[in-house]
Design a protein around this ligand. Structure first.
Ligand code: 13P
Ligand code: SF4
Length: 434
């Protein structure tokens, strides 16, 4: 099976049939680094509003932009060989195959946060993922280890939907409404929980206000932790992960108002906030928003017996209509566990789905979305950038280092340590047959 990148090139050149959400995906990502108007680049987040302060990537040298695939491959292998144990390359499941093949560890955001600490002897951690993951690695790694993001424009549009000022403003309004006194059981009025997909500043904010970080693999365990300590949870930035997880734990949807940062009281009546169990921030992932109940119905009509597995960043009706929902790692493990040839329809990022299809030829595995539309920010990483930063390390130059200042990193580490102690599992990961 050809990679997503190759398929996009063939469709864009009219050599095979198929649909991509943007033919610009066939271009090298460096084309989008230099546009006067910043943007997330072609792909699923391309229409999301980008905050002015989002990091941008300058022009990478022509020798990398113009190098052939074969030349980049030879240069990356040579640089890795020279650097040996001095470097560790981490790759998220959503990275393109052309990048994942160089990774020493491939995993979901929880596993990669742990992997960042697993090679304390490495001088540099090259993180082929997105900005918040590199920030997390920097917070968890040894202070003298450099964390490198090969393309600084590899952000996350969902993470950018909650900024520290808007969350602090929301918190002030909630404190004015609820006060700060604990109830008879010692539970404070509200606990902040941020999804891993958020800035380090928000992770620090959570620690400073008695809160915690979660990933999609441990969201239920983390919410249980929060409900032991608080009467309510303020969950940001992903409304869908918050809603799906809390609903699976038995929280009625009516008790989960949404907070729109542009409106007073988030657009809610005071009584709705008083009654709330979970206050959901108005954020979403544009990759997972593409999945629909109609796609699931079509898959069920075409392939009786199909197993539909989706990520909990999908909207609630999609998660409800699926057979199982869980993190990227959960989806991979559910397929690995199938002993009989099975048809799987998957609701998560296309690079991961394609890789699973190639890895398990005994099963029929396809993406619910028929349009090829990778995560636009994950797609900003290309072997050209990897070669550039690795050869920089060989020369003794650290390019694109992600550093989190101590005043943010110290509290953020507290919230992350709380998260790492919360093991994956719980009702946010609903297994087949439940
Ligand atoms: P995981 O936590 O499953 O790796 O997902 C991260 C992500 O960005 C999903 O969109
Ligand atoms: Fe962010 Fe969605 Fe991309 Fe994940 S898939 S990095 S949440 S935009």
């Amino acid at each position: 099976m050809s990679s997503v990148d190759t398929t996009i090139q063939l469709i864009s050149a009219n050599e095979i049939d198929g649909e991509v959400c943007s033919t610009d995906l066939a271009e090298g990502p460096w084309v989008f680094d230099l546009l006067a108007e910043p943007g997330y680049g072609p792909g699923s987040s391309m229409h999301d509003e980008i905050p002015a302060e989002t990091p941008r990537q300058g022009e990478i040298p022509a020798e990398y932009r113009e190098a052939s695939d074969e030349e980049l491959e030879a240069r990356i292998f040579a640089a890795k060989e020279t650097l040996g144990d001095r470097v560790v390359v981490l790759g998220h499941f959503y990275q393109r195959d052309e990048v994942v093949r160089y990774a020493d560890f491939v995993g979901d955001s929880f596993q990669l946060a742990n992997a960042a600490r697993s090679k304390p002897q490495a001088e540099a951690i090259v993180f082929c993922g997105v900005h918040f993951m590199a920030e997390t690695a920097d917070i968890l790694a040894r202070p003298d280890q450099a964390v490198i993001l090969p393309n600084l424009a590899a952000g996350c549009s969902m993470a950018d939907m909650a900024d520290i000022d808007s969350v602090a403003e929301c918190w002030e309004q909630l404190e004015a409404l609820y006060g700060t006194e604990p109830d008879a059981d010692g539970r404070v009025p509200v606990i902040p929980v941020t999804y891993m997909n958020s800035s380090a500043a928000l992770k620090g904010f959570c620690a400073e206000h008695g809160g915690i970080v979660c990933t999609s693999s441990n969201a239920a365990t983390v919410l249980e932790w929060a409900f032991e300590r608080g009467q309510r949870v303020l969950f940001f930035p992903d409304q869908h992960l918050g809603r799906n997880t809390a609903k699976a734990m038995g929280v009625p949807v009516e008790l989960m108002p949404m907070w729109n940062p542009r409106k007073p009281l988030g657009g809610n009546e005071a009584q709705e906030l008083e009654d709330a169990r979970v206050i959901l921030w108005h954020g979403f992932c544009s990759v997972h928003k593409r999945f629909t109940v109609g796609q699931i119905e079509k898959a069920r009509a075409e392939f009786p017996g199909v197993q539909v597995l989706v990520h909990p960043e999908c909207p609630m009706p999609v998660v409800d209509a699926a057979d199982a929902a869980g993190s990227t790692d959960f989806i991979g493990k559910a397929i690995a566990a199938a002993t009989e040839p099975t048809t799987f329809a998957i609701g998560t990022e296309i690079n991961m789905v394609n890789r699973l299809a190639a890895q398990y030829p005994q099963h029929r595995i396809f993406c619910l979305d028929p349009v090829i539309c990778p995560c636009s920010t994950m797609y900003r990483i290309h072997p050209a950038y990897l070669a550039w930063v690795l050869e920089g390390l060989v020369r003794g130059e650290t390019i694109n280092r992600i550093r989190v200042a101590d005043d943010v990193a110290v509290p953020a580490r507290v919230a992350l340590e709380r998260m790492l102690a919360a093991r994956p599992g719980g009702p946010s990961e609903r297994v087949i047959g439940d």
